[in-house]
Design a protein around this ligand. Structure first.
Ligand SMILES: Cc1cc2nc3c(=O)[nH]c(=O)nc-3n(C[C@H](O)[C@H](O)[C@H](O)COP(=O)(O)OP(=O)(O)OC[C@H]3O[C@@H](n4cnc5c(N)ncnc54)[C@H](O)[C@@H]3O)c2cc1C
Length: 437
């Protein structure tokens, strides 16, 4: 029997009226709000935490994937536009490392300092004329308003176009957009709790990322158990600090902890910290250069890779990624391979085509059946396999910038988002420095 209580109907004060309301301050939300704000649209960004960056800060990623691709044998930055500005602001704050090689030279990623990212994102949005509403948890929606809970109480934000960059597709789900969860067999990509290790001796540690993986394998052969294989432990811009991405957060029945299940999230946070402590002890005890190391930070929240994927006019598939697909309505590109977090391990599947990147179609950010809404970032319209690649920061910046620009153009030309003149959108994105492939 379901227990329910009946809440009284209430009147909700309107906190503000905007042309574009963006939910979520991750890479997708940052780029969406910046693009809309710069186009002169009255824009607000709603974020439940007190800082921007999304999983990049709140889940402690500290590293950009998907900005680069190996194009016919040559490593290149392929995501351009607002992402360039994030990088240059990080560089000016001394918070960006040079791109580093992964998987034996197959692809590059780029580490950043988390505090610098929070500041760079604040400044980027302030200079783009975006109103930031921190500490505001979105809890519902009507066709023309987003409902939020704040320390001042429940409020509404009126808008003309909404962009769901919540990662979980919260807003799209409230508006009745269709969505999928997981791999169709009852599981999702497994989450991880990230942490950063301080006090490393960089000279002594050297290429410790190789050594640590080896040490873990050797220990496993002797019966020690770790949450997952293929640990990623790499230096940050200041090499006394390293990030550790090696936990895997499972429910007691072995399934992936769900980022849209309150009880599972509560369990996952504790289980994540337990795994952090256990794996850190191992690294400190065994890895050269880590003898005096300490945990500098356990990420504020468990890192969720996949929840709702909102179904749009087109769903990006794993084959699109592996075959480097092109689309006539391209808004930018993704160079990241498929990174499938399965029970106990991570499986990487690389592009079958030497070009090394796929285009991303505008149709993947247009949800089916809801008029004044776009969905950008890891909850956009992708299959489980497609999302396993195009959920990382690079393509999220691409989708966000296109969504903010499309919102502006739809308002300007009084068009519906689903029938927007894509050639006009593409021209505008190119003018902003984006690269469409
Ligand atoms: C453990 C882990 C490691 C990863 N490693 C990397 C990596 O090294 N490099 C990389 O590029 N990518 C990595 N990723 C992928 C990463 O999730 C994506 O790159 C990216 O952060 C997704 O961007 P987004 O903008 O779609 O959503 P998110 O970054 O998840 O941002 C969503 C934002 O919306 C806010 N929000 C959500 N719901 C609400 C609500 N109801 N009300 C108010 N605010 C809300 C959240 O607080 C958050 O700030 C990793 C992911 C995980 C989980």
């Amino acid at each position: 029997m379901t227990m329910e209580i009946l809440e009284e109907a209430r009147r909700t004060p309107v906190l503000g009226e905007y042309e574009v309301v963006v939910l979520g301050g991750g890479p997708a939300g940052i780029a969406a709000a910046a693009a809309a704000g710069r186009a002169g649209r009255r824009t607000v960004l709603v974020e439940r935490y007190g800082f921007l960056g999304g999983a990049g800060t709140a889940a402690g990623l500290a590293n950009f994937c998907g900005l680069h691709a190996k194009v016919h044998g040559e490593h290149r930055q392929v995501v351009r536009g607002i992402a360039d500005e994030v990088l240059s602001r990080l560089k000016a704050l001394n918070g960006l490392a040079a791109p580093h090689m992964l998987f034996g030279g197959k692809i590059q990623a780029q580490a950043y300092d988390i505090s610098a990212y929070k500041i760079a994102a604040d400044e980027l949005l302030a200079s783009s004329n975006v109103k930031l509403l921190f500490h505001a948890l979105a809890v519902g929606a009507t066709a023309d308003a987003l409902l939020i809970e704040t320390k001042s109480g429940r409020r509404a934000l009126r808008g003309r176009i909404f962009i769901d960059c919540s990662g979980d597709g919260d807003l799209a789900a409230w508006r009745g957009a269709p969505y999928e969860v997981g791999d169709g067999k009852g599981n999702m990509l497994y989450p991880s709790t990230m942490y950063r290790i301080g006090g490393v001796d960089p000279q002594k540690a050297g290429n410790a990322w190789e050594r640590i993986a080896q040490l873990m394998e050797e220990a496993e052969a002797k019966g020690r158990r770790f949450p997952r294989k293929k640990p990623i432990v790499r230096p940050q811009p200041n090499p006394v600090e390293w990030r550790a991405n090696l936990t895997q957060i499972r429910n007691p029945d072995g399934s992936a902890v769900s980022g849209i299940d309150a009880r599972q999230l509560a369990w996952g946070e504790r289980e994540g910290r337990r795994q952090v402590w256990d794996t850190f002890q191992f690294i400190r005890e065994t890895a050269p250069g880590f003898e005096r190391a300490y945990i500098a930070d356990i990420a504020p929240q468990i890192g969720i890779r996949e929840t709702r994927r909102v179904k749009g006019e087109y769903m990006l598939t794993e084959d699109d990624v592996l075959d480097c697909a092109d689309f006539r309505d391209a808004i930018g590109v993704n160079g990241w391979p498929v990174e499938d977090h399965v029970a106990g391990s991570v499986e990487f599947r690389f592009q079958r085509n030497d070009r090394g990147y796929n285009q991303l179609p505008y149709r993947m950010i247009v949800p089916a059946g809801v008029d004044n809404l776009l969905v950008a970032g890891r909850c956009a319209s992708m299959t489980h396999g497609g999302q396993s690649a195009a959920r990382v920061s690079g393509p999220c910046f691409v989708m966000g910038q296109a969504a903010g620009t499309a919102a502006h153009l739809a308002l300007k030309t009084r068009s519906r988002l689903s029938t927007l003149d894509v050639a006009m959108l593409q021209a505008q994105l190119k003018n902003q420095g984006a690269w469409l492939g």
